[in-house]
Design a binder for this molecule. Structure first.
Ligand SMILES: C=CC1=C(C)c2cc3[nH]c(cc4nc(cc5[nH]c(cc1n2)c(C)c5CCC(=O)O)C(CCC(=O)O)=C4C)c(C)c3C=C
Ligand SMILES: [Fe+2]
Ligand SMILES: [Fe+2]
Length: 342
């Protein structure tokens, strides 16, 4: 009789805030062809010849500001999600990171050591992107074929449009919204525009109005559409007027054209537009991490205040909130049942 298990997969963090460890992590991350999508030679030239000469020091200093006694927030929050989920499901649960440790291989090994032969793998990203969902699935397939050829893996799809997730996110935001705010900003992690074109098998997305349409063949693989959809559904639940809401994209890297508008430039300009009280949320991330705790809560606040803003209110990610753990459980159980159906 097959034994089932759950593997929760998140992005991963360096093992410590030492510059050498951050460099090793960034090397693995940025040398991933699904992240920097150039041929190996040009990727290595850019990453190892340019980025890794300066970025590790800067990133290590940033990690230093968010690191705690428990380590990287991204890792210990994923660990907490695992522990809470384990209490309410009756199959083993492990975590694995796309980059660094504990790796996907480590997570799969821990599951197989408990006798698991069928894994439900959950990439913890609400929206599909080549640099997140797709690279996780590719890596997990590679690991499975190489080390665990006899196990089956079933993947949970991006859940950006699932009502249970939207309800959960909307409720979480509602509870944390300040009494008075002039605008609510949805800041999603950006991707280069090229990635969206590249992963559109239908060639019907031109990164224009089509991403906001209710129906378009490209939506299943369009990160931009999926960010807009989450925003649209959440503000409908919250009963907020569109005029009070903004969507922006953060964390760009390099000189390519990334999706616009950019979060940092927007934040600098809000004060002059009369937005003095801002609430901001980052729904591309289910757990708080460097990109929310440092880039938004600290740097973003400074950018907003520099531009004349007064009250900046960061709304934390879902992290290990009980209502979110229930959503994780439901999505996992749906996939666990698919195993019974085949
Ligand atoms: C949530 C989805 C994410 C997408 C899409 C994404 C794309 C993407 N990221 C980079 C470059 C960097 N991202 C970094 C950190 C980081 N990115 C995500 C998530 C997405 N990235 C998370 C959760 C984190 C935080 C990790 C942590 O340890 O807390 C970093 C490292 C930090 C830094 O130096 O700024 C880089 C670099 C690219 C190039 C990209 C798409 C092409
Ligand atoms: Fe689109
Ligand atoms: Fe990133």
């Amino acid at each position: 009789m097959a034994k089932k298990g759950i593997l929760l997969v998140n992005l991963g963090s360096p093992r410590s805030t030492k510059v050498a460890d951050v460099k090793e992590y960034l090397d693995e991350f940025l040398m991933d062809e699904k992240v920097i999508d150039f041929r190996w030679f040009f990727r290595a030239l850019l990453v190892r010849g340019i980025i890794l000469n300066t970025r590790p020091k800067k990133s290590a200093a940033a990690y230093e500001t968010v690191w705690t006694d428990e380590g990287s927030p991204l890792i210990f929050i994923t660990e907490r999600i695992k522990k809470k989920l384990q209490k309410i499901v009756d199959v083993p649960v492990e975590i694995g990171m796309r980059y660094a440790e504990p790796s996907i291989e480590t997570g799969m090994r821990k599951l197989t050591e408990q006798g698991v032969t069928e894994i439900v793998l959950f990439p913890l990203y609400p929206q599909y992107a080549m640099s997140t969902t797709e690279t996780v699935i590719e890596k997990a397939d590679e690991v499975r074929k190489k080390h665990f050829p006899d196990i089956k893996v079933n993947y949970i799809q991006p859940f950006y449009n699932r009502e249970i997730y939207i309800d959960c996110l909307a409720e979480s935001i509602r509870e944390k919204l300040p009494e008075n705010f002039d605008a609510l900003q949805f800041s999603y992690h950006g991707v280069p525009e090229r990635h969206i074109y590249k992963t559109d098998p239908t060639n019907t997305c031109n990164l224009n109005d089509c991403c906001s349409r209710d129906e378009n063949p490209s939506h299943q693989f369009c990160y931009r559409h999926q960010c807009f959809k989450v925003t649209e559904k959440v503000i409908a639940k919250l009963g907020l007027p569109k005029e009070k809401v903004m969507v922006t994209f953060q964390s760009r890297l390099g000189s390519d054209k990334w999706m616009e508008p950019y979060t940092d430039e927007t934040l600098e300009g809000l004060g002059k537009k009369g937005i003095k009280n801002l609430a901001i949320v980052c729904p591309a991330f289910v757990s708080d991490c460097l990109e929310t705790l440092e880039e938004i809560s600290v740097e973003g606040k400074e950018q907003f205040e520099h531009g004349g803003g007064e009250n900046f209110h960061y709304i934390p990610c879902l992290n290990d909130e009980d209502r979110w753990i229930e959503v994780v459980k439901t999505l996992c159980e749906e996939k666990l049942h698919e195993f019974y159906l085949v």
